[in-house]
Structures are given as structure tokens and as C-alpha cells.
Design a protein around this ligand. Sequence first.
Ligand SMILES: Cc1ncc(COP(=O)(O)O)c(C=O)c1O
Length: 381
Amino acid sequence: MYGGLMDDRIPIAGPSISKREIDYATDAASHGWYARAGEYPRRFEEAFAKYIGVKHAVSLPSCTSGLHLALAAAGIGPGDEVIVPDLTWIASAAPVAYVGATPVFADVDEHTWCLSAESVRTCLTEKTKAILSVDLYGGVPDYDQLQKLANEHGVLIIEDAAEAIGSEYNGCRAGTLGDVAAFSFHGSKTITTGEGGMLVTDDDVLHTRVLHLRDHGREPGDVQFQNTEVAFKYKMPPVAAAIGLGQVERADELVAKKREVFAWYQEAFEGIAGLTLNHEPAKTKNTYWMVTAVLDPILNWPKEKLMAALDQEGIDSRPMFHPLSSLPAYVGQSQAAAARKRNAVSYRLSPWGINLPSALCLEQTQVVRVAQAVRRILGKA
Ligand SMILES: Cc1ncc(COP(=O)(O)O)c(C=O)c1O
């Protein structure tokens, strides 16, 4: 394996790169030009679509660009509202602003930490055009409930599956749980291309529109440089796609490793009171992109303090996402002010949650070291 650790510090996230990815990337760098320039992006898209179980996959420079394209292709724009969970990375909501629409921050479910259908119901208005659901940390929301609401109100579900390759709901893979979805291949993700993303959909019309919008508003295959509108340029380079192809061919192995890491944590934390790890409801498969611990406030270890203590032990961690409506980026926006009052669960969870090391290179001894450090810090050794 390549991309191993330089010292005994335990990293928060990182990939598993095998000879397969190195060979494909070398081939792409050596020969992925001229007539073969499109070969690796096409192979990666085909393999990815097959793995997810969708008709269309479009390789992109990021998941953010995928969400942007999904919103733009759906014709969402100024005056429209898109419901997003309050507890997520800002990349879920920022593209809503790129198209001139307004994000409405709904609360999350206290067990899945994903969008709460109950909260979504209270946020729907006649201006709502889409529900942008997030498969947080590899878990999934209750898509039956979300789909019911979406059908009742005639709105789209855009699935932010950035963190959820291989996750499942009722036997269907993440990426197929809404009308259109986007994945991330950032270096921290389960499948990586360094930076990169993929939009997937079964919708032929949406797919055609995405291909047009992502190439400066021209038809796929256009050789006359005829732009029919001003649009975007979002493509994945062949060397990145070559790495992605190697990664998706190993998806089952990588997802299994993520689940194994989570199982090691479960075992290592057994019997500890006041610490809750990621949830996996019946009929779902969580792929635990980030193993996350939420502490009981009674323990009095706010996330920043716990992160600093782990840092002293040579262990990297991250804060659970802050509610978007609490961020300086949204200060002064009326939707954020309403969300701060409404989203009790997001505000209750976030101060006490941290992401624990979840890299694909981890060994069980390192997970045990993390758990022992947490126990020691909490005074429960
Ligand atoms: C939930 C979520 N959405 C979107 C993104 C954006 O992905 P990218 O960095 O590939 O644009 C991320 C990446 O961290 C994410 O975690």
C-alpha cells in the first residue's frame, strides 16, 4: 500500500492507495492524451454508475460542483427555497446561493443526525423547490418519509452523498435515494481522487442538461465551439479519473474497512457511559465515513476541549459540524435567525460531538489507543 503514515500521530482521515491506482494513474499520465484523453473519465463513470446502480454518472472536479449543477439543471434560482439540514458541511448549502436561491435550514433527527422529515414538513412553503438531504458521516435519513413529503409537495430530492459511498437505505445504495445525487472524492473520503466528485441520476433530461451546463453551455461532442448559453466548466482530469477507477474497483474492500474500523471503536468503547457513536437504523447500512462520538453534556467535555486534549496525545480529531445557521457566513440572514430558534436537536448535538480518527490506514491497535485516550481524558480509565 502507498500513502502510509510518517510518524505515530494518528490522522483523522486518509486513503488506501494500491498498486492498481498507481498503475492506472501512470498509464493516464503517460498515454491519457489525444485520442485517449476521455478514456479514464469514461471508464470511471461507467464503473461508478454500475457500483451505485444508476443510469448516468458524470465525473466532476468536486461534489460542490455536482450540487451546483444539480440545482442549476433543475432550474432552481432566485426566489426559490431549498431545504437543507442545519447540521452539515457548508458545501451542502453554498451551491444554493450560487444559483441565487435561499437555503432554509431544517433540523436533524437525534439518532441519525440527518434531516428530520418532521422538521422539513414545517419548513416547506410554496417557494420550496427541492429538499437537499445529506447522508451525514455515511448514515442516511429516513428517505421514505422525505420521499413522501417530496411527492406531496412536488419538489425534488437532491441527495448530498459526499460522505456515503456504499451506504444503503432499504437495499438501495446512496446516490439512488433522491432524484439526483453528488459524491465527493476529496482526499479524506472513502473513495478519493485527491479532489473530485461525481453527479449521478437516472433522469435522462436532467443528465442531458448537466452535460450541457458543465461544458460552458455547449452540446456534448460539439466541435464547432457553439455556446448556446453562458454556463460552467466542471470536469475531472484523466489522471484523477484513473485513480478513481482503481478506487471504485476496490469499493467493497474500502467500505468493509470503514465498517471494520467502526466495529473496533464499538468494541473499544464498550461499557462507557455517556458516549454515543453513529447510529445504523434497521434496513440501512452506515459506512461510517467519520466515526463520531457525541458526549453527554453531563460529562462536561465540550468538543473544542476534548479535541485539544486528544491533540496532546498525538491524536487528530475534528469537531462535529457546527449548525450552519450559527456560522458567521450566515449572520444577518433571516433564515439563519429562524433556524437558530427552531433547530433544537442540531444545537443540542453539535457542541458535544467530535469526529474520531477514521483513516483507511488505521489498525486496531491505533483505535484502541484512541479509545484509551478518550477514556483517560474523561476520567474513566
Ligand atoms: C456533506 C458534504 N457535502 C459536500 C461536500 C463537498 O465535497 P467537495 O469538497 O468534493 O466539493 C463535502 C466534503 O467535505 C461534505 O462532507
